[in-house]
Design a protein around this ligand. Structure first.
Ligand SMILES: [Zn+2]
Ligand SMILES: [Zn+2]
Length: 93
């Protein structure tokens, strides 16, 4: 019953916005990593990847560039290949 796809979505966006406002007020309008200071585009990042954990120490106020980098690096196949030898296998096949 709780897994409706349409309902909670808007709430989540709203939550993300108010989170961002809270972070902006507390930490100032700049990326915590590269100090980029366009407050409009800054985003709230959840360090533990749990978007329900809105504890301040779990949140980072960062720009989309730093944010993409964080998640992209984490999901990149290049990352995996370092551990499982994927590059070699891919070249041979
Ligand atoms: Zn940044
Ligand atoms: Zn994030």
């Amino acid at each position: 019953m709780k897994y409706k796809l349409n309902g909670p979505r808007k709430d989540k966006v709203k939550n993300q916005r108010s989170l961002k406002v809270r972070l902006l007020n507390q930490r100032g309008a700049r990326c915590e990593r590269c100090r980029y200071n366009k407050r409009e585009i800054l985003q709230a990042h959840h360090k533990d990847r749990n978007t329900n954990n809105n504890e301040l120490e779990n949140l980072e106020l960062i720009c989309p560039n730093c944010h993409a980098e964080e998640h992209y690096l984490e999901n990149s196949w290049l990352n995996d290949s370092r551990y499982n030898g994927g590059v070699l296998r891919m070249v041979r096949n």
